[in-house]
Design a protein around this ligand. Structure first.
Ligand code: SF4
Ligand code: SF4
Length: 281
């Protein structure tokens, strides 16, 4: 839970450099270790307070003690409560998993690909941010996100989501949620360091008999090129409402444009041929 000093460089997946930053700082991100989350929701509150995210109802579902219910334009961190009857032979008849969810700051971010105004942009830290004053509210980013993260806020018509506290990073501070988390379930830092730490944590849990422990979103080879915000889970991703095999939704965009171009070219040829044929009669 300490502040950090801006480092100089890093190796590995580098979306900032791919975007055109000449000498960006290392890629920064979140490692959320759900095995030590106590469900206090301090992260949700700190995020709202720092980013001035409006209040969003806090409604009970009648099915859960989770009063936020999901990520939205007005909930940029959401602590999911998974309350289930347990299957365990250890005598416990109930289990309660908790996981603080957030924008994944994907390596290949489809929200960025589809934004026509440039409101969504890649920062020098490799994170993904929306600029309120450039967003025109078209909402293309909403279905493009494979995680269902970004959303349009009714009151201002703009798209909103976690910025990984870009304004704090710029002045060498860690994001508000990580700062507020009393158990260090949310850890902020250089992505490479976090990945190494997460690997060690999974090994330690396995050695302690917690065989279900697994990482989610850490793999640069996955369908979105890996996430800038990844998780240690205590069950399959689906149990937490996360897609098991997310894919960047704009993956086929280039080939679709190629096919559309070829089809348009063929159409021009057909029309041209019929025009010439008509004249020769
Ligand atoms: S999780 Fe969704 S909103 Fe966040 S960077 Fe990835 S595509 Fe964009
Ligand atoms: S602040 Fe930390 S412990 Fe509390 S709910 Fe958020 S992630 Fe869990």
């Amino acid at each position: 839970m300490s502040d950090f000093t801006l480092p100089v460089h890093h190796d590995g997946a580098d979306p900032a450099r791919d975007t055109g930053y000449v000498d960006p700082p290392p890629r920064m991100g979140f490692f959320t270790d759900t095995s030590i989350c106590i469900g206090c929701k301090a992260c949700e509150v700190a995020c709202k307070e720092w980013n001035e995210v409006p209040e969003d109802g806090l409604e009970w579902t009648g099915m859960s003690f989770d009063n936020t219910q999901g990520l939205s334009a007005d909930s940029w961190r959401h602590v999911a409560f998974i309350e289930q009857p347990a299957v365990a032979e250890d005598g416990k008849d109930f289990r309660w998993l908790m996981a603080s969810d957030v924008c994944k700051h994907c390596t290949h971010a489809a929200c960025l690909d589809v934004c026509p105004t440039g409101a969504l942009f890649r920062t020098e830290f490799g994170t993904v941010v929306v600029q309120d004053d450039v967003c025109n509210g078209c909402g293309y980013c909403v279905p493009a996100c494979p995680y269902g993260v970004v959303a349009i806020r009714e009151s201002d018509g703009g798209a909103h989501k976690c910025t990984l506290c870009y304004d704090r990073l710029e002045v060498g501070q860690e994001p508000a949620c990580a700062k507020a988390c009393p158990t260090d379930s949310i850890q902020f830092g250089e992505l490479e360091t976090l990945r190494a730490r997460a690997g060690e944590r999974v090994e330690a849990l396995h050695a302690a008999g917690v065989e279900e422990a697994q990482l989610y979103g850490h793999d640069p080879e996955d369908g979105v090129g890996g996430d800038g915000a990844f998780f240690l889970l205590l069950d399959e991703p689906e149990v937490y409402g996360l897609p098991p095999d997310p894919v960047v939704t704009t993956r086929d965009l280039a080939s679709m444009w190629r096919h559309a171009g070829a089809a348009a070219g063929a159409l021009v040829l057909v029309v041209g041929a019929s025009f010439l044929g008509g004249r020769s009669r």
